[in-house]
Design a protein around this ligand. Structure first.
Ligand code: ADP
Length: 386
């Protein structure tokens, strides 16, 4: 929003200056560059103001004359169109771009029609999206304008964020709909008479409870992730005795581990101290060890160990099913799962690893994974020493 407002203010300033200049010069030479040869003191002042404004703009700025030749541009436009040519000046617009949207917007500009919100996409190695605004300059006695000024606002990042937001919302709705549908179905079954059979009644109620808890966990995780990503989580980093912390996490997961017949092994030496926010480190380790239990085979082992180096490394290793290599790169994305249906059955929200990743980043560290199919996985939390 601020960018748009600033952009509009800058655009206003530039249009004003260009209009001022063109009123004096377009009629002679159809070129803003003509000013360079006119050294009257007031022109010099205006010229330096124009140059500073144009080169300070992040937006690409391009002015063409009646023949669609470039008469002025800034460095952002140069980068956008053709960084390999020394200057854009005197180039025809058609030599710079074959994009019909750009061409037709400038054509309208030359006919005296202002164009706003023209979406321009580039398809080079790096896809970029621009919002183009074209304004006619001067009046060629009823024959349209003397030139046209185009401003290219880079909206690549905004577009990408919007896409991520939409994807996130659609994932959240989908994730919430599944347990909700199940709850509604079982409530309806109870309403239509199943209450007479106490055994079925109990079973249905426990399914309803399980699904309601899932929704609860999901909402908690979403709120947590949103808070972390939004920068609303303050870390209180301090020295942490790792062995004791791992012991506490293992104790809290002991019931789950024994239900899966999985052994938890704390391999941390008693003297190891790391620098972290203790509650957040506990949260990371809980997520990773919990996953280790879920994706272990029966009688598997989840081992937590420590390695020293340039950074402190906390390793959570399981000898479970492992993760196919093609999934590793995307594993820390929100809602990414190797086997969607199975992970859901195991009670996961699909947000655990995304939370671990963001918490590790917040510490100035990172989380990495190595895995071998059929042999197991190792998740490593890397933390800076202080
Ligand atoms: P979930 O709630 O589904 O566990 P996570 O974000 O914690 O969500 O994990 C994302 C996915 O990564 C899991 O669904 C699973 O496919 C995979 N995964 C995570 N940890 C392990 C592990 N230790 N072994 C095998 N797969 C794992």
């Amino acid at each position: 929003m601020i960018t748009v407002v600033l952009g509009s203010l800058l655009l206003g300033a530039v249009v004003w200056i260009v209009l001022l200049l063109t009123r004096r010069n377009f009629s002679n030479t159809a070129s803003v560059e003509h000013l360079n040869q006119t050294n009257a003191p007031e022109n010099l002042e205006i010229r330096s103001l124009l140059e500073a404004t144009m080169s300070g703009m992040r937006e690409g700025l391009l002015v063409v004359d009646k023949d669609m030749r470039v008469v002025a541009s800034n460095s952002a436009a140069h980068k956008l169109f053709n960084p390999s040519v020394p200057a854009l000046k005197s180039q025809r617009l058609t030599e710079l771009t074959r994009n019909p949207a750009v061409y037709s917007a400038f054509l309208d500009g030359l006919q005296g029609i202002e164009r706003n919100d023209v979406k321009v996409e580039t398809h080079g190695p790096e896809r970029q999206v621009f919002d183009l605004r074209v304004i006619p300059i001067g009046n060629a006695n009823g024959n349209g304008a003397e030139g046209a000024l185009g401003v290219f606002f880079d909206i690549t990042r905004t577009e990408r964020l919007e896409l991520v937001r939409q994807e996130f919302l659609s994932n959240v709705s989908h994730e919430l709909r599944t347990p909700l549908t199940s709850i509604i179905a079982f409530v309806e079954t109870l309403e239509t008479g199943a209450t007479e059979d106490p055994e079925s009644c109990q079973r249905f109620l426990s399914i309803i409870r399980k699904n309601a808890s899932r929704m609860h966990e999901l909402i908690d995780d979403i709120l947590e992730l949103t808070a972390i990503e939004g920068g609303n989580v303050q870390l209180r980093a301090a020295p942490v005795k790792l062995q004791g912390l791992v012991h506490d996490v293992c104790s809290s997961l002991a019931v789950k581990a024994s239900a899966h017949s999985v052994t938890l092994k704390n391999d941390i030496a008693s003297e190891v101290i790391v620098h972290a926010d203790v509650r957040r480190l506990e949260q990371m380790l809980t997520n990773l060890i919990d996953n280790g239990i879920k994706f272990s085979h029966e009688h598997g082992t989840v081992t937590i160990s420590y390695e020293s180096g340039a950074r402190d490394k906390i390793l959570v290793h399981d000898n479970g099913e492992g993760i196919p290599a093609q999934h590793l790169e995307r594993l820390f994305e929100r809602f990414y799962r190797v086997d969607r249906a199975r992970s859901r059955d195991m009670g996961g929200t699909g947000l655990g690893l995304a939370i671990v990743k963001h918490l590790a980043l917040l510490h100035g560290g990172e989380v990495t994974v190595t895995s071998e199919l059929g042999k197991g996985s190792t998740f490593t939390v890397h933390l800076p020493k202080t």
